[in-house]
Design a protein around this ligand. Structure first.
Ligand code: UDP
Ligand code: MG
Length: 321
């Protein structure tokens, strides 16, 4: 028996590329069905993220002409990550595995085969990772690298050079469904879900048509979202800074007593300088401590699952001895 694959594609104002994307994905499905790798029930699910152009009409027409194309229409624009999640959660009960990819054909469809192979080899998560950034400008390469470094430093661990092109098994999706946070950063959450994972490399191409929906402003807010929704490390760094400043104030104190003992200071200088440093340090340190508790409250309110089970070995009837 072969498993069912759903390819989930979030679309925002993508009317120009959709017909071509659908054609190529349809061909890919057919090829995989012929090769006996996926079942005939496999589908492509387009999620319309509140587009203002004729994207939904295009999706409806595709669905009318070919039943392998399905559509999901969101009530309004909710952003890439939420659109993707909506598609994945819809596919969860219908598919054994899902592959998410962008509508603009930047993700190489050829990598789908390798992902499906890895799924059959036992991977629950397969990350599509860009093989090279040769085509990128120096600026883009440097900012991208900086992006991953800063993210990791601030506690938002992500897979290097991996965007949202990935395969998820039903088990991984069910795990993902238990992460109930409103501020969603899939790239950071998927590694937290766990299970066996693999990597498939692919060459990322140019956008087929239309323009990017991710201008620099959105990129920066995306990075901020990733850091603040995954980690409370920034708070910890504030506390650390406060502690360091407090240490400096002690050094200053010793130094100014030394100067005072030699009698070469203006009256009052030593005490003023020392208290400025000490109080500044103590304020930051206390802020960090308070922040630490707020961070805990923040993480608690997310009500994330504390564990996910890979397998349970027990008697056939489920009885324990
Ligand atoms: N997208 C979406 N909602 C949005 C913005 C983008 O569903 O509010 C989709 C878009 O249609 C595309 C994917 O997210 O399929 C990635 O967007 P884009 O290609 O513009 O980003 P880039 O590749 O430039 O980073
Ligand atoms: Mg793109």
């Amino acid at each position: 028996m072969t498993d069912t694959l759903y390819i989930v594609v979030p679309c925002y104002n993508e009317e120009e590329v959709l017909p071509e994307t659908a054609r190529r994905l349809g061909d890919k499905l057919e090829e995989l069905v012929r090769a006996g790798k996926i079942s005939e029930k496999s589908r492509v699910l387009f999620v319309n993220d509140g587009s203002r152009d004729r994207t939904w009409e295009t999706i409806s027409a595709l669905h009318a002409s070919d039943r392998r194309f399905c559509g999901l229409d969101l009530s309004r624009n909710r952003g890439h990550q939420n659109a993707l999640l909506a598609g994945l959660m819809t596919a969860k009960d219908r598919a054994d595995m899902t592959i998410s990819m962008d509508a603009d054909l930047q993700d190489d469809i050829g990598a789908v085969d390798a992902m499906v192979d890895k799924y059959y080899a036992g991977c629950d998560v397969v990350y599509g990772v860009r093989s090279s950034r040769k085509k990128d400008t120096f600026f883009k390469r440097a900012t991208a690298r900086g992006f991953y470094r800063v993210m990791n430093f601030l506690g938002a661990e992500t897979v290097f050079d991996h965007a949202d092109y990935r395969l998820l098994s039903r088990r991984a999706l069910e795990g993902l469904a238990q992460f109930r946070e409103v501020n969603l950063f899939l790239r950071g959450i998927v590694p937290l879900v766990g299970f066996s994972s693999g990597v498939v490399e692919y060459e990322r191409g140019e956008r087929f048509a239309g323009e990017s929906k991710y201008p620099l402003k959105k990129m920066i807010s995306f990075a901020m979202e990733g850091i603040t929704s995954l980690s409370t490390k920034p708070i910890r760094y504030i506390a650390l800074l406060g502690f360091l400043i407090f240490l400096v104030s002690i050094a200053m104190l010793i130094w100014s007593i030394f100067r005072w003992a030699h009698g070469d200071t203006v009256l009052g200088w030593a005490s003023v300088i020392c208290s400025v440093w000490a109080i500044g340090g103590l304020i930051l340190l206390s802020l960090g401590v308070i922040g630490e508790y707020i961070g805990k409250i923040y993480l608690e309110t997310k009500a994330r699952p504390r564990f996910l089970i890979r397998e349970l070995l027990e008697d056939k009837d489920g009885e324990t001895l």
